[in-house]
Write a protein that binds this ligand. Structure first.
Ligand code: NAP
Length: 295
């Protein structure tokens, strides 16, 4: 079996690494906050001292980090992944980043005689733990075929979006719908509450119609329960909205509604804990109106 390194053991990377270890792959892990590696030591994984050390000797290196600056630091910084990447290895970046970050990683991997795939994921903490993520892959199809058995341990659907950067581009399109949906949900529940309706009744009516969705069911329930525990952080969806606007600029695409949604999430970061779940976007509207949405 290929030797695998997982770099970044946050909400998503942790679940993915547990599934990889569970499938029997010899695993090395690295995380900036070292205490998050403790449970992996108990599973028999090797804990690397640096990203370079993690990548050295690995056949497949997976990075799962917050944002483009974190990916660039871990990849290109001192003792970074690229320094350790061996000839013939495959670097797979699962972080949500912009296509230009993926292109830089691909070029650096090529310089080491290695291959690169951008493979951001759909699905949250539960899907990462269950191994049911959707992988949106950019890069050479033959390289994807080589690593497919490993990827099918962390996900249950792989979409080959095209060449390098297309996985990253697809993920931004995917998250555009998520961000708009969360904003629409928050505004719907706020309007209903201020119109004198029970927000639970509003949610039930929406979810009983063609407009219903699993996202509305899950996040609507969290809002009504005032459960803002983090599955996907507010600060990360705001990062993604900024990446969408950069992609819009790069492709000369008007995204007027996304621009407004980005500002709403930006405000929410001031009114709610940026580390809390993105459904706390409701707290921006609550601060503006003085009305709390709850059961
Ligand atoms: P997370 O829990 O915040 O984990 C982020 C990871 O990045 C941690 O391992 C963190 O290390 C590391 N990191 C951040 N800045 C760093 C730096 N400067 N140097 C080194 N390491 C750094 O985030 P997550 O929810 O797992 O998300 C990871 C990626 O997946 C993001 O790109 C996110 O947009 C995407 N994503 C998330 C979800 C979701 O539902 N959560 C779903 C799909 C995609 P520390 O542990 O030391 O902080």
């Amino acid at each position: 079996m290929e030797r695998v390194a997982v770099i970044g053991l946050g909400i998503m990377g942790r679940g993915m690494a547990i599934n990889i270890a569970g499938a029997g792959y010899p695993l090395t892990v690295w995380n900036r906050t070292r205490s998050k590696t403790d449970e992996f030591t108990k599973m028999g994984a090797r804990v690397a001292d640096t990203p370079k050390d993690a990548a050295a000797g690995a056949d497949i290196v997976i990075t799962m980090l917050s944002d483009p600056p974190a990916v660039e630091l871990v990849a290109f910084g001192r003792d970074g992944v690229i320094e350790g990447l061996g000839e013939g290895a495959v670097l797979i970046d699962c972080s949500t980043v912009d296509p230009s970050t993926s292109l830089k990683l691909a070029s650096a991997a090529k310089g080491k005689g290695a291959d690169f795939l951008d493979s951001p994921v759909g699905g949250s903490r539960d899907a990462a733990e269950a191994g049911t993520l959707v992988l949106m892959v950019g890069g050479d199809k033959a390289v994807l075929e080589k690593v497919k058995p490993l990827l099918m341990r962390v996900g249950n659907k792989i979409v080959h979006a095209g060449d390098t950067g297309k996985g990253a581009a697809l993920k931004l399109c995917f998250n555009l719908v998520i961000a708009h949906s969360a904003a629409a949900l928050a505004e719907t529940l706020m309007l209903g509450t201020r119109a004198g309706l029970d927000p639970g009744l509003v949610l039930d009516a929406v979810n009983s119609s063609i407009a219903g969705s699993r996202l509305y069911e899950w996040k609507g329930g969290c809002i009504l329960d005032r459960d803002f525990s983090t599955n996907f952080a507010l600060k990360l969806i705001h990062k993604d909205l900024n990446l969408m606007m950069s992609a819009a600029y790069a492709t000369n695409t008007p995204l007027p509604v996304t621009a407004a949604v980005k500002e709403l999430f930006g405000q929410a970061k001031s009114f709610a804990d940026p580390e809390s779940d993105y459904c706390s976007v409701i707290q921006a509207l609550e601060t503006l109106t003085g009305t709390v949405v709850k059961k």
